[in-house]
Design a protein. Structure first.
Length: 218
């Protein structure tokens, strides 16, 4: 499968959101990654429903919602109603993960689970068959433009191995510090969705940076 590129709106210029969303519309981006932070699960607050509504008004590509919030079950329905394509919840935030994953699917969204850098891939063993996607955090969640953690390559390979027999079509998304220096190795390890914030939006030509990530071969 060809890999997907999901530029992270967290790194966009919020005062020029329409411009940046239209840039993504006209680029080779596949999805738009939407990071929701609550100041509890992670030490930062980003944005929520009003911003999603504004983005949706212009977005022509699926919105990939990444919930970095405690007790995400409270908001799944609202994100689905606002037009989320996929919803990612954190393993670390969900004591009844199986129930949460079922709820996301019943709402008609793709169900995805994120694991923080300290969380072993093996903990996904009994849920991986139910998932559309696993998101491997390659930084500690909460902020854009952090340094990529190299152990993520191993983590991605472990997730791919776990999924091999029970869910061969699983998408593996990697999020944090992704750029043209690590993309090929991430894809080779088994990732097939690259989230990129800073490396896209701080590039002189963001659409060209997206094309470059889309054209990475391995
Ligand atoms: C981090 C977020 C990421 C972030 C990635 O907590 O989940 O999606 O936007 O940004 P970069 O690519 O700048 O590390
Ligand atoms: Zn994210």
């Amino acid at each position: 499968m060809n890999h997907l590129i999901a530029p992270s709106i967290l790194a966009a210029d919020f005062a020029n959101m329409q411009r940046d969303v239209e840039m993504m519309n006209n680029s080779r981006a596949d999805w738009m990654h939407f990071d929701v932070m609550d100041g509890m699960f992670v030490p930062n607050i980003s944005f929520g429903f009003p911003v999603l509504k504004a983005v949706k008004k212009y977005a022509l590509k699926p919105i990939d919602v990444h919930l970095m919030i405690v007790d995400p079950d409270r908001y799944l329905k609202a994100f689905a109603e606002e037009g989320a394509y996929s919803i990612t919840v954190h393993y670390e935030a969900c004591p009844h993960l199986h129930r949460t994953v079922q709820a996301i699917k019943e709402l008609g969204c793709k169900a995805s689970v994120a694991i923080n850098p300290h969380t072993p891939a093996l903990l996904l063993k009994d849920i991986i068959a139910q998932l559309d996607m696993v998101l491997v955090m390659s930084v500690n969640p909460g902020f854009g433009a952090q340094k990529f953690i190299p152990h993520s390559y191993t983590k991605i390979a472990e997730v791919r191995e776990l999924a091999k027999n029970v869910n061969p079509g699983l998408l593996i998304e990697v999020d944090g510090g992704v750029d043209d220096t690590n993309a090929a190795q991430l894809l080779a390890a088994g990732a097939n969705v690259l989230v990129a914030g800073n490396s896209v939006f701080s590039a002189p030509n963001p659409a060209a940076a997206i094309t470059a990530l889309k054209q990475v071969t391995y």
